[in-house]
Design a protein around this ligand. Structure first.
Ligand SMILES: Cc1ncc(COP(=O)(O)O)c(C=O)c1O
Length: 507
């Protein structure tokens, strides 16, 4: 595989898998089955009878067609648990388009796909190596499976204020410490679109007989354009969860779970998928997964070309606005998804939170999210140049408003920096045991040596300080003491003031 430089990015030249010559990809079997069902007189669930029995205001809001397509469990519409008809065909087409051997349609979000992936791979007591900054769906999968986490250090960029990923050396060191690990689960890309090269990691793990699972929630489009990072499945991952609804044209909650190769026991994974999946899946979600695959297979390269160019334009223009910057035009982030545009507002002396609020209140613009220093914008083929110009106008106005003192600065240069994270605490109980155990609340200062029953994450850095099952140390208490005054957000604990922590009751 040749590496070339293009527009400041290191990119791989590879075959782009848009296969308009694969005529099967023109089909959308679930959508076709819904078309065939139109006009049938219904004496079956759901209760709204194709919309006629639903409250008119909701039909007006959601559209009559949506209600008409909301059928489930009737002949011809197949069965998500044991697919043999239109769903099976649609999943096979998706597997081909995304480079998998088997694809499952998830109607429980990427969360559902992650749960099935972990439960299908690990049993109670088996070790799963994971980065510290996992999404909460992975913590839930640990609780459900009883798997034991072994944490690998996550890199953090202090200038940008977010965790960037796991480097190969740290991962290798973690494997050396946990040679019996059954699997590694990596989150790649990050929310901000930065990635690590998974190919050498997959090769190394497979040489140690370790399975590679990837939470690729934010990368379902990667396979369809050469300027996007290499997708996990093409890099050797054994199973991958993708948030089709996050980036592609699928509806919210619709996701894919892909499997490749023979390291994963497909029968077991399928059984776990069934345990976790509704017996009445929404055909709105299934049809949207089917159509999102068709859109990518037929038009992915063209529409992504447009989105990448639009995002490049936005990034370029943002970098001309004094006080703002957006990384990605330099080689410092060589494996970036260019459709993710991080606008850093730090130099203005305001937080990303304040910028997000201003754009929404004053300009009617909603970004994807904000953090201490940044707002994150996702540029899609669904966006227009007028959208981008409106955002740029909003950002220019924001900088002017800050300069004129109309938007107060909430980021002081004299603010104490957030200290480095304390060492990863020792785990006394698995997350499942900690979740099952009786717990009580204890004042933070009395928790030394106690076992946490909850996860505690402070923003920044957005990397959990405590997981359920970990022993609270003096270092952890000292860190939380400082950070509770400095953090801009605290997530996980039942008491977000951090005056108390939920701990496992002493038996
Ligand atoms: C990295 C990552 N994994 C998994 C999920 C869960 O996805 P969903 O909301 O579709 O359940 C998210 C959601 O934001 C995520 O960011």
């Amino acid at each position: 595989m040749r590496r070339t430089r293009a527009r400041g990015h290191v990119r791989r030249e590879r075959v782009v898998h848009t296969s308009t010559s694969d005529f099967a990809q023109y089909r959308a079997p679930v959508c076709e089955a819904l078309d065939s069902y139109a006009g049938v007189t219904r004496f079956h669930m759901p209760g709204h009878r194709g919309g006629a029995g639903a409250e008119p205001a909701v039909v007006a809001r959601l559209g009559a067609q949506a209600f008409e397509s909301d059928v489930t469990g009737v002949p011809g519409m197949d069965d998500l648990h044991e697919p043999h008809g239109c769903i099976r065909e649609a999943e096979e087409l998706a597997a081909k388009a995304f480079g998998a051997d088997r694809t499952f349609f998830s109607v429980g979000g990427t969360t559902g796909a992650v749960h099935a992936m972990v439960l299908g791979t690990l049993s109670d007591g088996e070790t799963l190596i994971i980065p510290r900054n996992i999404h909460k769906s992975i913590l839930a999968a640990l609780v459900l499976s009883g798997a034991v986490p072994a944490f690998v250090k996550t890199d953090y960029d202090p200038a940008l204020g977010f965790a960037t990923g796991v480097d190969e050396q740290s991962l290798r060191a973690c494997v050396e410490r946990n040679p019996a690990a059954k699997a590694v689960l990596l989150v790649n890309p990050t929310y901000y679109g930065t990635t690590v090269d998974l190919a050498p990691i997959a090769e190394y793990l497979h040489s140690r007989d370790i399975i590679l699972l990837v939470d690729e929630a934010h990368g379902p489009h990667f396979r369809f354009h050469s300027r996007l990072p290499r997708p996990a499945l093409d890099s050797g991952a054994d199973a991958v969860a993708q948030g089709a609804h996050k980036i592609l044209g699928a509806m919210t909650q619709a996701s894919y779970l892909h499997v490749k190769g023979n390291r994963i026991d497909l029968q077991r994974l399928k059984a776990m998928f069934q345990y976790l999946t509704s017996t009445s899946p929404s055909y709105l979600l299934l049809a949207s997964l089917d159509a999102a695959r068709r859109q990518m297979a037929l038009h992915g390269t063209d529409i992504l070309e447009y989105a990448v160019n639009l995002a490049d334009h936005l990034r370029h223009e943002v970098n001309k606005i004094p006080g703002l910057s957006s990384f990605g035009q330099t080689d410092s982030v060589p494996t970036l998804d260019p459709t993710k545009v991080t606008v850093t507002v730090r130099e203005l002396g305001i937080t990303g939170y304040r910028a997000e609020k201003y754009l929404r209140q004053e300009h009617g613009i909603q970004v994807e999210m904000s953090d201490l220093y940044n707002v994150l914008v996702i540029v899609s083929w669904g966006n227009t140049t007028a959208d981008v110009e409106k955002l740029l106008a909003g950002l220019r106005d924001l900088t002017g408003a800050v300069e004129r003192g109309e938007v107060p600065k909430d980021l002081s240069s004299s603010q104490r920096p957030i200290p480095d994270l304390p060492p990863i605490p020792e785990m006394a109980l698995t997350p499942r045991k900690a979740a099952e155990s009786p717990w009580e609340k204890a004042p933070l200062h009395d928790t030394r040596g106690r076992i946490s029953a909850e996860v505690v994450t402070c923003y920044p850095p957005g990397i959990p300080i405590l997981f359920p099952g970990e022993i609270i140390t003096e270092d952890t208490i000292a860190y939380l003491d400082i950070v509770k005054e400095l953090a801009f957000g605290i997530s996980g604990p039942s008491d977000t003031t951090l005056e108390t922590i939920r701990v496992v009751k002493d038996q």
